[in-house]
Design a protein around this ligand. Sequence first.
Ligand code: PXP
Length: 247
Amino acid sequence: MGKLRLGINVDHVATVRNARGGDHPCPVRAASLVAEAGGDGVTAHLREDRRHIRDRDIERIKDECGLPLNFEMAATEEMVAIARRVRPHACCLVPERREERTTEHGLDVVRAESLLKTVTERLADAGIRVSLFVDPDPRQLEAAARLGAPVVELHTGTYCEKTGTARETELARIRAAAERCVELGLECHAGHGLDYATVGPIAAMPAIAELNIGHFLIGEAIFVGFAASIGRMRAAMDDARAGASTP
Ligand code: PXP
């Protein structure tokens, strides 16, 4: 089983910065600490309304943090043009609604297949690896594979929100979806809402190659520091992975 990569989403460092309109705390500074703390990549979402990350943050994270940038974006003309100019390592295409607090669902790849195919090809043409953020639904995975995306990221938000048997049901959906990705030749990532308590069962799935985690770690950093919050998450992931590979 390969090493599970950890991408750190720094959006909410920018949320705190923007609350006062100045430069502090700086998401680029946070991104620059990720490698030393045990992360493997940096994720940032440039929203249409620029509520947290801004254009200049994306450019600076790409140029200054020394780790692969996973640029989350909506599949719009404006964002495709920015991505083709900045050339991040990867783009994760997400649905975006102005009124939502966070990305509540995955993309409907089945309905938007032809638009997403065009966008995926335009990004791939600029050397960018494209992932599609989807709910753990086999029809969405099959559509992602058909249109030629190399990666999907499974939305773990519902699993994290539920409790008891409903959580177990959602975990089983994620496991089945991750295994279907392998059959379809898709690299499987996962993320949204993960914390120390919920990460273990997801990290233990051998079919998952990368997790992207943000809000919980930025919040936890207030109490223990940014590097310590990432370090503890890294350890929780590694423990779950090691446990899963022990017979
Ligand atoms: N992956 C994707 C595609 C996301 O949109 C987000 C939230 O921006 C995350 C992962 C990280 O979610 P969270 O901030 O809840 O850890």
